[in-house]
Design a protein around this ligand. Structure first.
Ligand code: 2PG
Ligand code: MG
Length: 428
């Protein structure tokens, strides 16, 4: 037995930012090192995601995780005990085989991803280094460019507007800290504008303002105004990024925009979004069309992919095979990476490799249901993903991540340096 042999694995039930139970896993190694991680939870989910194991029934709206926690303390603990935590891929393959289902529904994607991340944390702790360094090896990574929510709609705000995430990207910021500074000013300006107009109605799931707007276009206009009121240049310094999350309100050739009172086919959706791209300083669009609309995604990418980032979330679900399929079809030019969509870090890392091979960009992302867990920040830095998305710059489960990034940046040789503008479609 070596110092990095897994001695014990303990699961417990903790809480997420929507008052729902979730799974925490703690791994202890023979040499005394420990690692801990918590599974997040999505609300707008791709049908190809790893499935969480939930208890159902009346308690906690059916979101209980007692069975998933029992899986951790039973089968998963037994399977991981004795393995070397440094062999993360071996441990992850053991978990995948143990579950045995294509969608990880037997033991639960929530149980598996928390275990997978906890093993990685324990291995890093045994080395006496932060997780990002453990993952980066000798490489000297730069900080990821943040994509930060200002208004939250769609499934995160009772569908108050159709579009899910109205975000900003500080494309002109000189470093990670400045990107947060600028975004905080935009967030505060957006809140002030909404208060003045009697539109301030609290915040949505990810900390962005609840979008009490008449339509999706008004949200975009207000966002540009907020950037200006913050004293920043729309487009030059701070640009707009949207997560349309189109699978939530439509499918191939049938998109129902309830707020705008219209139903559009795929071509109509492309025209609507294209019009916004012409009118507003938009640099990135995630899930512009539904997960079953690969031809539509390819057409949209042909039309706008040279200058706008087209991100696949629900269509790609952090899955290497789907990234390869999309790349072959010319759909999207970037992938969203959510460890719990894949179920293990190894599979999520495989999706990143596939994205790199295809020349795609990558954004490591948190979920709408989150906790104080900061693993995604370490993945974004350690994997050199280039971008990160964790919701707004409000609510503790979000600021936990942005603040972890500030701590990491202080220790990097290049400080908070971001990837060069030329690394992104909008800088090409
Ligand atoms: C998304 C995420 C984060 P959820 O769609 O990208 O905004 O939402 O976790 O609900 O899938
Ligand atoms: Mg999304």
């Amino acid at each position: 037995m070596s110092a990095t042999t897994i001695l014990s694995v303990h699961g417990r039930r903790v809480w997420d930012s929507r008052a729902r139970p979730t799974v925490e896993v703690e791994v202890a190694l023979a040499g005394g090192a420990r690692g801990r991680a918590i599974a997040p939870a999505g609300a707008s989910r791709g049908s190809g995601e790893a499935a969480d194991l939930r208890d159902g029934g009346d308690a906690f709206g059916g979101y209980g995780v007692d069975r998933a926690v029992a899986a951790v303390n039973g089968e998963i603990a037994a399977a991981l005990a004795g393995l070397d935590a440094r062999d993360r891929e071996g441990a992850d393959r053991r978990l995948i085989g143990l579950d045995g289902t294509a969608d990880k529904s037997r033991l639960g994607g929530n149980a598996l991803v928390a275990a997978s991340m906890a093993v990685a944390h324990a291995a890093a702790a045994a080395e006496g280094v932060p997780l990002w360094r453990h993952l980066a090896g000798d490489a000297e990574p730069v900080m990821p460019l943040p994509e930060i929510q200002i208004f939250g709609g769609g499934a995160h705000a009772a569908r108050r507007v159709d579009i899910q995430d109205f975000m900003v990207v500080a494309v002109g910021a000189s470093d990670y800290g400045e990107a947060l500074d600028w975004t905080a000013e935009v967030y505060r300006a957006a809140g002030a504008i909404m208060a003045e107009r009697g539109l301030l109605a609290g915040t949505a799931d990810e900390g962005g303002f609840w979008p009490a707007f008449d339509g999706n276009g008004q949200a975009l206009e207000t966002l540009v105004e907020a950037i200006e009121r913050a004293g920043l240049t729309p487009g030059g310094q701070v640009a707009i990024s949207l997560d349309v999350a189109a699978s939530e309100f439509g499918a191939r050739d049938r998109y129902r925009l309830a707020r705008d009172g219209k139903t559009l086919d795929t071509e109509g959706m492309c025209e609507l979004l294209g019009g916004w791209i012409e009118r507003f300083p938009i640099v990135s669009v995630e899930d512009p069309l539904a997960e079953d609309d690969l031809d539509g995604l390819a057409a949209f990418t042909r039309a706008y992919g040279a200058r706008v980032q087209i991100v696949g979330d629900d269509a790609l679900v952090s899955d290497a095979a789907r990234v390869n399929r999309a790349a072959a079809a010319g759909a999207c030019n970037a992938v969203l990476l959510k460890p719990n969509q894949a179920g293990t870090l190894t599979e999520c890392g495989d999706a990143l490799e596939a994205a790199r091979a295809a020349g795609y960009g990558a954004i490591v992302s948190a979920r709408s249901g989150e906790t104080e867990d900061v693993t995604v920040v370490h993945l974004a830095v350690g994997w050199g993903a280039g971008q990160i998305k964790v919701g707004s710059i409000a609510h503790g489960e979000r600021t936990a991540k942005w603040n972890e990034g500030l701590r990491i940046a202080e220790t990097l040789p290049h400080g908070g340096r971001l990837p060069p503008r030329s690394a992104f479609p909008w800088g090409a």
